[in-house]
Design a protein around this ligand. Structure first.
Ligand code: GLN
Length: 545
């Protein structure tokens, strides 16, 4: 079978959840036995979101092969359980970079280089790229932004051209819109959807299916009206009603026959019903927890939930695995200090210190770690969170009062966290961190080894600084154990406190690989430890809510 292409555009408003719809459809098609991948085309000019502040664009997701990408790729991986790669996230910046580099090389000698055809040709080339690998039956392409935005026009034009070039049964277009409910009129309104589709049609793209985000069910009349005015077949207007969990959306889409419409349009022979057994088991555990815990997520980007997307989702998966409702309380590290630590943290059954960059909020992270260490509260530090464990231990146990990471204090007499050797000559900021998956060997008899249940693991990274190896033996003698190392470089990847019930810091980002069907082991063990802590300390957690 030729690779088939599905394009997903969005209209009316941003944040409608195009990524979730694309991922849900992909999940259903995968559950029917098809090999499916999803890619995201973002209209901004940054080469990738690696240089963006999380406040701008939420979390930066990292793939196995070290690409810094849009957080929607996290949804794709969580829903499909299949790795994405550098090729799965394309930006306007990447497209222009390629075209301009080619122009300088003389590839277009004599020609005026223009948006059409040169930019659109490069967009089309990249849209078809994954399909050419032979690995996929279906490639879903999500176009970022909202139809009508000036910057997404070349992408929509590329979709138009591909729809024209490819056989009809190899290509389809899905448009996601919003049908708002006006409470004063007690009515759902279709006009914004009509206008959005008109805009798409003006660009030459006729959607095959319209998915309407709505807070209330769409009546058959309303669906008919949208179909008629938007020129799609009756039955091709489907609703996506607010769901109790994003993981419920694939089932809602199946009930609306989205996957059936798609396999029929694409003339896919495989009409088997989707097998969602494992997914349903996960959902049922998620829906009916038998216990609950409160976890503090200590970070500085707490105002924006999307900044810690993968961590929050990993807790959803780990919660379901333990049949436990995990309530994550974001704690602003800038507002945390020795004086209020007890008030804020004594209600928690576990403390996670988040990744991050720069000085802001760092001292609050050290305070949270000290609290967890001294009060035997289950603790989990990720990347900067692990680095701050090392700083906290250096200052408060080893007595190195000015211990710091050289990221924030280059002059410290105890640079316990320092720049990695190969980072020292790096001046370029974009794409130059230690990125992607690396092996890590876990020490015998360590907490890490018992959590993973194996000696060698592979997790993803995104950092420039490391545990300074000159200090490792001093730490180990004082009780902080380096329990995971990179086998090639010796770099410390995991630290833990054997005298504490559950205290682990990891240089990598385990949250990126957690999925509903394969919850991440450290998150699962951490939630379990939090459950045990809550059992043993009912006063600190169950009372003062
Ligand atoms: N800022 C730290 C470093 O670059 C930690 C990075 C992170 O938490 N992702 O090493």
């Amino acid at each position: 079978m030729d690779t088939k292409y599905i394009f997903v555009t969005g209209g009316v408003a941003s944040s409608l959840g195009k990524g979730i719809i694309a991922a849900s459809l992909a999940k259903l098609l995968q559950a029917r036995g098809l090999r499916v991948t999803i890619q995201k085309f973002d209209p901004y000019i940054n080469i990738d979101p690696g240089t963006l502040n999380p406040y701008e664009h939420g979390e930066c997701y990292v793939t196995e092969d070290g690409a810094e990408t849009d957080l929607d790729l996290g949804h794709y991986e969580r829903f499909l359980g299949v790795h994405t790669s550098k090729a799965n996230n394309v930006t306007t910046g990447k497209i222009y970079h390629t075209v301009i580099t080619k122009e300088r090389e003389g590839a277009y000698l004599g020609k005026t280089v223009q948006i059409v055809p040169h930019i659109t040709d490069e967009i089309k080339r990249r849209m078809l790229l994954l399909g050419k690998t032979g690995n996929w039956d279906i490639v879903i392409t999500e176009i970022g932004g909202t139809v009508g935005d000036m910057e997404s026009q070349p992408f929509v034009e590329a979709v138009r051209q591909l729809q024209w070039e490819l056989p009809e049964e190899d290509c389809m277009s899905i448009h996601l819109t919003l049908v708002p409910y006006l409470s004063a009129a007690k009515e759902l309104k279709t006009k914004p959807t009509q206008h959005s589709v008109q805009m798409l049609q003006q660009s030459g793209v006729q959607p095959d299916v319209i998915v309407c985000r709505t807070e209330h069910p769409l009546t058959p009349e309303l669906r008919k009206k949208v179909a008629l005015f938007c020129n799609v077949k009756p039955g091709h207007v489907i609703q996506s009603i607010d769901a109790w969990s994003i993981y419920q959306v694939p089932l809602n889409m199946h009930e609306e026959h989205l996957d059936e419409l798609v396999v029929r349009h694409l003339q896919v022979d495989n009409f088997a019903q989707p097998d969602m057994k494992e997914w349903n088991e996960f959902l049922s555990k998620l829906r009916h927890p038998k216990s609950e815990v409160d976890i503090a997520l200590v970070g500085k980007y707490v105002e924006l939930q999307d900044a810690y997307k993968s961590i929050l989702e990993a807790f959803v998966h780990a919660g379901a695995a333990n049949e436990c409702k995990v309530r994550v309380h974001t704690v602003h590290s800038e507002h945390l200090n020795e004086d209020n630590a007890h008030d804020v943290l004594s209600r928690m059954d576990g403390i996670l210190v988040a990744p991050g960059f720069g000085e802001r909020g760092l001292e609050g992270k050290v305070v949270a770690i000290k609290y967890a260490r001294e009060n035997n509260v289950p603790f989990f530090g990720i990347c900067l969170g692990m680095q701050m464990c090392v700083v906290e231990f250096a200052r408060n146990v080893l007595g190195f009062k000015d211990a710091a990471s050289t990221e924030v204090d280059a002059k410290t007499t105890h640079p316990v966290i320092s720049l990695m050797e190969d980072q020292k000559s790096t001046t370029i900021k974009g794409g130059t961190m230690r990125l992607g998956a690396y092996d890590c060997v876990l020490e015998k008899d360590s907490l890490a080894r018992s959590i993973y249940g194996c000696e060698q693991i592979r997790e993803r990274h995104r950092h420039r600084y490391e545990f300074n190896s000159e200090y490792v033996s001093a730490f180990e003698q004082a009780g902080l154990k380096a329990s995971g190392h990179n086998p090639q470089t010796g770099l410390v990847e995991v630290v833990e406190l054997p005298t504490h019930p559950f205290f682990i810091g990891v240089q990598f980002h385990p949250e990126y690989k957690s999925t509903p069907e394969k919850p991440q082991p450290i998150f699962t063990a951490f939630v379990k430890a939090a459950m045990a802590f809550r059992e043993a300390h009912p006063h600190s957690s169950n009372t003062k809510k």
